[in-house]
Design a protein around this ligand. Structure first.
Ligand SMILES: C[S@@+](CC[C@H](N)C(=O)[O-])C[C@H]1O[C@@H](n2cnc3c(N)ncnc32)[C@H](O)[C@@H]1O
Length: 623
């Protein structure tokens, strides 16, 4: 007989999950259910007797806590905001308003190991930017307080001043748990790009090496953010940023070649009408090798590598190229012989360099113009140019593989804009997940028909307008240019926080365990997150026996949060659910979730369970 499993307390508990994995690997390191670290070290063959404080690595005050913070489950949820979204029912893109640490924790169960590219542009810790301070005990409460949504007066966001004794420490404590979680979102062939300037690049490199493993470091790209010289700079005019690139597993990461520039294409031509098409002349010698023997071509010309160099090709290859007309002796046949390297046979794209000039990747001024073009000029300081992120997309994503791109310091939404534009250009189906704190704009602004009280509003309006602009300019009608907007909030389920002096009242309050005022869609979204289903999955609503029932084919999941489920509707409701599960084609694996307090009594509840059981449904849960 099918039994009811509660699904209330299923928020991702990373510590418990890691412990289970560890126990699986090293059962002997556990005694009485507790981990024995000394035994684990012995099993790993790690001898750290003495010298504990002389270990190599970056150490700062609060590192241990920062590590722990990454592992504590979130007590919050994401509330859907369909009215502030674009194409809610159809889109797979997400714009989430909230503190990214909490949001990442909430998304982890659904999205771990699914993201192809993460790009972040965090606060650089300039002394002027705001650096979020996590609260270990009450993270969601702290967030609501910080953003002025709590019941007490909102705290003002302040910048991390350079004079503060913990300047780097505060920044590292903020970054560490977020980077740690970020890694878990990447697919094995995924990559993470992080923008930073000289202020924190050293610390960031250390922390990323620790989190990703230094063997997964791919590159430190230098991006020319400015092309003009700051003559008022005291020592150097600061014209570049860094972009650190890491792979989740570097060996699995394959970067695409970049398209050839106009100038690069111009170097190919076809003066002799060769059937292989345009070519460019390249040397027959190389800097290293062994073979220095001369070679005589069929036209009688004898060639030998210049002194100090070596032959690139052996006799057989030279002969083949000669026979195929692939050697160039100049228009009048008098030049040093060279090889014709054909465009059609060249590598699909060019290998990226670690130097990204403003001509190829845009610059700061261009980034401001990107916003101005959408009527959002002057609203946001220091955005990145769309072309910079397009370049990352070009390198690390494919058009037609539904690659997920994540940016959890989204700012004005440049990453989402770049994804929309990239899809428009190649008809692609990349998706984005962007997270942005509702950092207030003080005073709120109204411009060009929209009002903005925080930075998440800017991102939302920008993404909507970027989608509209793309739709106007392109002819690809089916592309996803919308987004679901969600926001971080306290859970839909009441937390069990017993009040010792008013236990009876606490008990009575918790009979109704759902927070009043929340909608079915709110509860359903939390359910998706708790069950590890994609919060962008499409949801179908049906009326069965007069009750609203929701189906998520991608789950598969069927949920009903209705009240007043009486004995007389149970039969129709149950058979309707079974028929829907059948239509989903996989009713053995369909999970059914019902609101426990919605049943008239235990008889109604038991009857429903047995109808579902007979219908082949094996997993039944109670809210
Ligand atoms: C440098 S900006 C990113 C700019 C972005 N790349 C663009 O082109 O618009 C960093 C952003 O991170 C946001 N931020 C800071 N702490 C955050 C947190 N804990 N959660 C989410 N966003 C945060 C800030 O509000 C700021 O808008």
């Amino acid at each position: 007989m099918l039994t009811w499993n509660p699904c209330g307390a299923e928020i991702e508990d990373l510590t418990a999950e890691n412990m289970t994995r560890l126990k699986d690997l090293f059962p002997a390191a556990f005694r009485d259910g507790e981990i024995d670290l000394a035994a684990l070290k012995q099993l790993l063959g790690v001898d750290d007797e003495g010298d504990a404080d002389e270990r190599y690595g970056l150490v700062w005050h609060g590192k241990r806590k920062a590590r722990q913070i990454a592992l504590t489950p979130s007590t919050g949820t994401l509330l859907p905001c369909p009215d502030n979204s674009v194409g809610w029912d159809r889109t797979r893109n997400l714009l989430i308003e909230g503190d990214n640490l909490e949001v990442l924790k909430l998304l982890l169960k659904s999205c771990a190991g699914t993201v192809k590219l993460i790009y972040i542009d965090p606060p650089y810790n300039t002394g002027k930017d705001f650096v979020y301070e996590d609260n270990f005990r009450d993270s969601v409460g702290n967030y609501l307080q910080v953003t002025g949504q709590g019941d007490r007066e909102g705290k003002r966001l302040t910048s991390n001043a350079e004079q503060s004794g913990r300047f780097h420490t505060n920044w590292l404590n903020m970054m560490y748990p977020r980077l740690k979680l970020a890694r878990s979102f990447l697919r094995d062939d995924g990559a993470m790009f992080v923008s930073i300037d000289d202020g924190e690049v050293g610390n960031l490199r250390h922390v990323c090496d620790e989190i990703f493993g230094e063997e997964n470091f791919v590159a430190n790209v230098v991006w020319q953010k400015k092309y003009t010289r700051a003559n008022d700079a005291r020592w150097f005019s600061d014209n570049h940023d860094h972009i650190l690139v890491y792979g989740r597993k570097k060996d699995a990461l394959q970067l695409n070649g970049l398209p050839r520039s106009e100038a690069q294409l111009k170097s190919y031509s076809n003066p002799d009408n060769h059937p292989n098409g345009p070519w460019k002349a390249t040397p027959l010698h190389a800097k290293s090798g062994k073979n220095t023997n001369p070679f005589t071509f069929s036209n009688g010309v004898t060639w030998a590598p210049p002194s100090g160099t070596f032959r690139r090709f052996n006799d057989a290859s030279m002969r083949r190229m000669d026979e195929m007309g692939e050697i160039w002796f100049g228009t009048d046949g008098s030049q040093v012989p060279q090889r014709k390297t054909f465009l059609s046979q060249a590598k699909k794209g060019v290998t990226p360099t670690t130097l990204w000039t403003h001509q190829e990747a845009g610059h700061n001024h261009e980034a401001s113009n990107d916003l101005k073009a959408l009527g959002l000029g002057g609203l946001f300081d220091n955005p990145k140019p769309v072309r910079l992120v397009r370049k990352m997309l070009e390198l690390a994503t494919a058009a037609d593989a539904e690659h997920v791109v994540m940016d959890f310091f989204a700012g004005s939404g440049t990453t989402a804009h770049a994804v929309i534009d990239a899809n428009e250009a190649d008809g692609g189906n990349r998706r984005f997940i962007c997270v942005q704190l509702p950092e207030p704009i003080d005073p709120p602004r109204r411009t060009d028909g929209a009002s903005f009280s925080d930075i998440a509003d800017i991102a939302a309006v920008r993404i909507r307008r970027a989608g509209e602009a793309a739709a106007k300019s392109g002819d690809q009608k089916v592309l996803d240019r919308g987004f679901r907007r969600l926001k971080l909030a306290s859970s839909n389920f009441r937390a069990w926080t017993p009040d010792a002096d008013g236990l009876e009242k606490t008990l009575l309050d918790n009979v109704e365990h759902l927070v009043p005022g929340r909608t079915d869609l709110d509860i359903l979204t939390e359910l998706l997150l708790r069950l590890g289903l994609d919060p962008s999955a499409s949801v179908e609503k049906r009326q069965i026996a007069g009750k609203e029932v929701y189906g998520v084919e991608e789950g598969p999941l069927i949920a009903c949060f209705a009240e007043n489920v009486t004995r007389d509707v149970v039969e129709d409701l149950g058979t309707g659910i079974v028929a829907w599960a059948d239509a989903m084609g996989q009713n053995g694996s369909v999970r059914v979730v019902m609101n426990d307090s919605g049943f008239q009594d235990d008889v109604a509840k038991t009857n429903l369970a047995s109808i579902l059981d007979q219908g082949g449904i094996t997993e039944l849960r109670a809210l």
